[in-house]
Design a binder for this molecule. Structure first.
Ligand SMILES: Cc1ncc(COP(=O)(O)O)c(C=O)c1O
Length: 411
């Protein structure tokens, strides 16, 4: 934050999000966040003012084209990829990673190897496992059940000159632990492999920095970061150049991101993405000012400053409850985000979520598509875990409301 900027109060933050006026406690942010008014307004305005196809010469089409182009540039700035790579937009992270894996299917050879982190969401596992059909060898980087993380020494043992891709999650959507992306990328690059990082559960909490981490591919879902139901895939320029892309034969190979965006993306969603910049400027304490990289980092510092106490309070409470097993790190701090999962030795996840539902607290239980992670930890994917996922706009009072419900159901 610049010295002149002041952190907005929690009330000011919440007033930006119309949905937060309801009495529901939104604790399922890892499933999807709420949107600020500016984002919703921009989507509506686009639909009413510029809802035409791109690339023609008339005014509305020029406006629409500019919105879509600027949205790509904004998301690239958001990820700190300006100058090193490009952003490809799509409808979901699952779809974008599947598209990417299909592109790699054209260049990988039988005998090539892919290393996959077991703690990932299936979105960054299944598409790579499918490539086994063409003779690619898939090797899992498994979890250690005791530490609940993937030991880096195990990765070292899996990497060799045949490794072409290392696919892993930056933050597991169950564990909440932040892994050292830059370190993993460096080790993968050492053997000439590309990294494909799932940043979906990281992106709502901290500023993405693809340049600092030196990643080849990084994906996140914009609908979990206060934006429209879309997703973004950053590709480093040299990684992009190796692939053809799924688009039609007459689309030039150097037409990026067009060669990867088959058909239309959501143009109105692009308007919403762009408007998120205004919200970030507000959060950073610089409303109305141009959105720069500093705006993005300052906004996430503010977000993290509001999340940390919520996380600490809930972890502290859970760690004192007999019978509770926190799934993921039991301590707060920078190596964790406010996505907190747990199981109880007597009360089942469905019973706990039913009590929360009845109290107007929106959260859920399940494996959340981190199916293999649950198996690796010895947790039955069905019913899975209870997950409470908080965002910067949640309040200490909401955490107390949850704790009161948990007291009742676990007590
Ligand atoms: C960690 C993680 N990766 C990937 C995904 C899939 O995202 P999408 O719904 O955009 O396909 C999710 C969705 O919950 C997720 O939490």
């Amino acid at each position: 934050m610049s010295p002149a900027a002041t952190r907005p109060t929690l009330d000011q933050i919440r007033s930006q999000f119309p949905a937060l006026a309801s009495s529901t406690v939104f604790f399922e942010n890892a499933g999807g966040s709420q949107v600020p008014q500016v984002v919703a307004d921009a989507i509506r305005d686009y639909l009413l003012d510029s809802y035409v196809n791109l690339g023609a010469g008339y005014a509305e089409s020029r406006r629409a084209t500019q919105t879509v182009d600027e949205a790509h540039d904004f998301v690239n700035l958001f990820m700190n990829g300006t100058g090193t790579g490009k952003v490809i937009l799509g409808s979901s992270s699952s779809g974008l990673i599947r598209m990417l894996a299909d592109c790699y299917a054209e260049v990988l050879q039988p005998g090539d190897e892919i290393v996959i982190g077991q703690s990932g969401h299936e979105a960054n596992i299944g598409p790579w496992v499918r490539l086994e059909r063409m003779g690619v060898r898939v090797r899992f980087w498994n979890l250690d059940r005791t530490t609940q993380s993937q030991p880096i020494c195990e990765l070292e043992e899996l990497l060799n000159e045949r490794t072409k891709i290392v696919a892993f999650v930056h933050v597991s959507n169950l564990l909440g632990e932040v892994v050292d992306v830059a370190d993993i990328a460096r080790r993968a690059h050492h053997v000439g492999a590309r990294v494909v990082v799932d940043g979906v559960a990281y992106a709502p909490h901290h500023a993405i920095d693809v340049a600092a981490w030196d990643v080849d591919w990084y994906v996140y879902s914009t609908y979990k970061v206060f934006g429209p139901h879309m997703a973004a895939l950053y590709g480093r320029a040299d990684a992009i150049a190796e692939l053809t892309g799924p688009n039609h034969f007459f689309i030039p190979c150097d037409y990026v991101p067009g060669k990867f965006e088959l058909g239309c993306i959501s143009h109105e969603g692009c308007a919403g993405l762009l408007a998120l910049g205004d919200y970030l400027a507000f959060l950073a304490g610089t409303p109305g000012q141009p959105v720069t990289r500093e705006t993005v980092t300052a906004a996430f510092e503010v977000a993290a400053s509001y999340e940390r106490p919520l996380q600490a309070r809930l972890l502290d409470y859970l760690s004192r409850q007999p019978g509770v097993r926190i799934v993921g790190p039991a301590h707060g701090g920078p190596e964790r985000v406010a996505t907190i999962s747990f199981v109880h030795d007597r009360v089942s996840p469905p019973e706990i979520s039913a009590a929360c539902d009845a109290a107007g607290i929106g959260m859920r239980h399940g494996h959340m598509y981190a199916y293999r992670l649950c198996e690796g930890l010895g947790i039955a994917p069905d019913p899975g875990v209870i997950r409470v996922s908080m965002a910067h706009y949640n309040t200490p009072d909401e955490v107390e409301r949850l704790i009161a419900v948990l007291d009742g159901v676990l007590g």
